[in-house]
Ligand binder design. Structure first.
Ligand SMILES: C[S@@+](CC[C@H](N)C(=O)[O-])C[C@H]1O[C@@H](n2cnc3c(N)ncnc32)[C@H](O)[C@@H]1O
Length: 249
């Protein structure tokens, strides 16, 4: 179960919504990872929505976050302690695809946060742009993440970079973007797909060598989780960037 700061930004609710929201049989009694919907009444990718009545009688709507469709959700359910994405945070998201996970990050950062979502495929980018029309905290950027100079006018300094580009040079792409946009003392979250980096060695060896590359680029990995059983041979690494040196006592 997610701990500490994760509980502040997202909840895991028992699916016990009212019957008019979803049939009880379908909902079951299992827990689900959810985010509070920034645009109540609207789904983004046909995901299930759950209305929960608060004590004062008002309703809050949540969207179920499927770990089979989102590596960030898989990392949370995989036990990562902190994703550093909190209400009000500014997040640079590399490899946004059609915006499925971006929409949950948008829920988490809420109206006072921003998600700069970079995707180079125009086809996926169309869905991303459409999703952002209703979510004012998402800035879609249809560009190649290898060339951050091209979008530097659109992106401010950020607290967190989430990277899911699934490219062999993804550590370099993250480092380049961090050098432009990530605050010193900020955080990164990277999803690593072993076989897109080197399919000839065991996944664990790929993860180790990626972590080494990150360390050489002023990243300090704090934790690493496997994304099994949601994704095969994937890991998620979370850590800090240009972290201040600890003062000697
Ligand atoms: C694994 S998918 C991302 C899935 C997405 N993060 C989600 O959870 O819904 C990787 C995405 O990165 C994009 N991508 C790959 N290389 C890129 C680059 N250099 N610049 C921008 N986007 C890139 C691909 O087009 C693809 O949509």
């Amino acid at each position: 179960m997610p701990t500490s700061s994760l509980q502040a930004v997202m909840v895991v609710v028992a699916l016990e919504e009212e019957e008019d929201e979803a049939p009880a049989a379908e909902a079951g009694k299992e827990d689900a990872l959810v985010t509070k919907n920034m645009v109540p009444g609207e789904a983004v990718y046909n995901e299930k929505r759950i209305a929960v009545q608060k004590e004062d009688g008002t309703k809050v709507e949540y969207r179920v976050w499927n770990p089979f469709r989102s590596k960030l959700a898989a990392a949370i359910l995989g036990g990562v302690d902190n994703i550093w994405i909190t209400p009000g945070a500014k997040v640079l998201y590399l490899g946004a695809a059609s915006g499925t996970t971006v929409s949950h990050v948008s829920d988490v950062v809420g109206p006072t946060g921003v998600v700069y979502a970079v995707e180079f495929s125009h086809r996926s980018g169309r869905d991303l742009v459409n999703m952002a029309k209703k979510r004012t905290n998402v800035i879609p950027i249809i560009e190649d993440a290898r060339h951050p100079a091209k979008y530097r006018m659109l992106v401010g300094m950020v607290h967190v970079i989430f990277s899911d580009v699934a490219q062999p040079d993804q550590a370099r792409i993250l480092a380049l973007n961090a050098s432009y946009f990530l605050k010193a003392g900020g955080h990164f979250v990277i999803s690593i797909k072993a076989n897109c980096i080197d399919s000839t060695v065991p996944a664990e060896a790929v993860f180790q060598s990626e972590v080494k590359k990150l360390q050489q680029e002023q990243f300090k990995p704090f934790e690493q989780v496997t994304l099994e059983p949601f994704e095969r041979d994937h890991a998620c690494v979370v850590g800090g960037y240009r972290m201040p040196k600890k003062q000697k006592a």
